[in-house]
Design a protein around this ligand. Structure first.
Ligand SMILES: NC(=O)c1ccc[n+]([C@@H]2O[C@H](COP(=O)([O-])OP(=O)(O)OC[C@H]3O[C@@H](n4cnc5c(N)ncnc54)[C@H](OP(=O)(O)O)[C@@H]3O)[C@@H](O)[C@H]2O)c1
Length: 204
């Protein structure tokens, strides 16, 4: 799969590396040509390339968004309609929303008319780089109305090493998935459990 990554910091960088190792072609869509972080990623794996953002958006069918959430509406406006493209929104609008939208997911659905899914937002980037814990793996969760986008996000979560991926529901559960992410942030950071922890659903 050819995947464009917009926002190649902690989350974008971890997933670029994980997906490149799984055999996907990664385009890092950058705002500036001389980008040190993008250069580091390119040199880390032959499957990772850098392209100007607009070119990277055009060339891939799947686009991961891993920027601050509040810039998503502005980014979506700059790209316009992207019918048929799959947008995976990993952002969390916990501290600042992409006004007038509640979340990045809602901005991309409304402005880009794309197949959108919220995913890769509920755990720390360290777990995206390596979801393994002893003899088990962290769980991943996806939400949104597009079955096609959910299927792709589930496949890519598995390619990154997440064994179990839960469907958290449709568009009406996207904000709930961000609140769920806040559960991890609260425990890991605010309550001091540390970032080397992950959520796992137990069943019987
Ligand atoms: N950190 C985590 O563990 C974690 C886990 C789950 C979800 N998330 C969510 O994932 C998103 C990214 O988090 P992060 O920790 O990866 O952040 P980060 O390391 O700060 O990376 C953010 C990336 O977004 C880029 N960016 C900022 N403004 C932009 C704009 N207007 N247009 C294009 N690119 C822009 C930055 O580029 P420059 O470097 O050029 O500024 C950088 O590459 C956030 O929404 C966060 O809530 C984070």
């Amino acid at each position: 799969m050819k995947i464009t990554i917009i926002g190649h910091g902690n989350v974008g960088g971890a997933l670029a590396t994980a997906w490149a190792r799984a055999g996907h072609k990664i385009l890092i869509g950058t705002r500036k040509t001389d980008d040190a972080k993008a250069k580091d990623l390119i040199t880390s794996h032959p499957n990772i390339e850098q392209k100007p953002m607009s070119m990277a958006i055009t060339e891939s069918e799947v686009i991961l968004i891993a920027t601050p959430a509040h810039v998503t509406a502005e980014l979506a406006q700059s790209w316009g309609a992207l019918p048929g493209k799959v947008i995976i929104d990993a952002t969390n609008a916990i501290w600042k929303q992409p006004e007038p939208y509640e979340t990045g997911y809602h901005a991309f659905v409304d402005i880009c008319k794309a197949e959108v899914v919220k995913a890769f937002n509920t755990t720390g980037f360290e777990n995206m780089a390596d979801p393994r814990y002893c003899d088990t793996t962290a769980d991943m969760f996806v939400a949104g109305d597009s079955e096609k986008a959910q299927d792709i996000a589930i496949r890519l979560a598995k390619d990154a090493g997440f064994e179990t991926v839960y469907n958290f529901g449709g568009a009406d559960k996207v904000k709930a998935l961000e609140h769920f992410a806040f559960g991890w942030i609260n425990l890991a950071i605010m309550q001091g459990e540390g970032r080397q922890m992950a959520l796992k659903i137990l069943k019987r």
